[in-house]
Design a protein around this ligand. Structure first.
Ligand SMILES: [Zn+2]
Length: 188
C-alpha cells in the first residue's frame, strides 16, 4: 500500500478503538512509520548519475522497518507515551502488523517485484513473507480501500470533530470539521 493509505488504515483502527488524541496519534503513526525505511530513495535520486550512486531504496525498503523487531520496538516505545498503558501499545503492535499485511496483500511493484517481508529479521532469515495472489500497488482493491477509508475519515471529521489533519495542525483539523458541518449540518 501507499504510505498515505497506510496512514488512513492506522487512523481507521485508532478511531474504531475510540482512543484519545495522543493514543490515536501513536496508533496512526505506527501504521505508516515502517515505510520510513524507504526514505533512502531521496539519497538515491540525489546521487543518481554521480560517480557513487546509491541503491538504498532497493537495499533497505521492506527490510529495516518491516520486521518483528521493529514492531516490538514500537510497542516498547508506546508504553511510556500512551495514556492507556496496555491497550494502546497492543493496538500499536496491531497497527504495525496491519501495515505488513496490507503490503503482503497489495504492494507488488510495476515490475512484478513482490517486496518480500523478512518478518523475523534480525533474529532469523526464515519466514520471508510473500503471497502469490498479491496485487499491484496501484490496483483497484487498494484504490477502493483507500477511498472507503478516506470517506470514513471525512465522516468522522463531521461526526466526531477530528481527522488525520490533527497530526499536523489542530487548526486545519478544526477547519475541516467546521467546513463539513457548515455544508451538511451539525451532527445530532
Ligand atoms: Zn510498507
Amino acid at each position: 500500500m501507499h504510505p498515505i493509505s497506510h496512514l488512513f488504515l492506522g487512523w481507521t483502527l485508532a478511531n474504531l478503538a475510540g482512543l484519545d488524541r495522543r493514543d490515536r496519534m501513536l496508533v496512526t503513526v505506527a501504521g505508516v512509520i515502517p515505510d520510513l525505511d524507504g526514505l533512502g530513495v531521496v539519497v538515491d535520486i540525489a546521487t543518481e548519475g554521480t560517480r557513487h550512486p546509491t541503491w538504498y531504496y532497493d537495499q533497505y525498503h521492506h527490510l529495516l522497518g518491516h520486521n518483528l523487531a521493529f514492531g516490538l520496538a514500537l510497542l516498547v516505545l508506546a508504553i511510556p507515551l500512551a495514556r492507556r498503558r496496555v491497550g494502546t501499545p497492543l493496538l500499536v503492535l496491531l497497527s504495525f502488523h496491519l501495515h505488513l499485511l496490507a503490503d503482503i496483500l497489495g504492494s507488488r511493484g510495476p515490475d512484478g517485484y513482490q517486496w518480500p517481508i523478512p518478518y523475523l529479521l534480525p533474529f532469523s532469515k526464515a519466514w520471508t513473507l510473500t503471497w502469490s495472489g498479491q496485487w499491484e500497488l496501484k490496483a483497484w482493491p487498494n484504490v477502493v480501500a483507500s477511498l472507503v477509508m478516506m470517506a470514513l475519515a471525512l465522516w468522522w471529521s463531521w461526526k466526531r470533530g477530528r481527522s488525520p489533519l490533527e497530526l499536523v495542525s489542530r487548526r486545519a483539523d478544526a477547519r475541516l470539521t467546521e467546513t463539513l458541518r457548515a455544508r451538511f449540518g451539525v451532527p445530532g
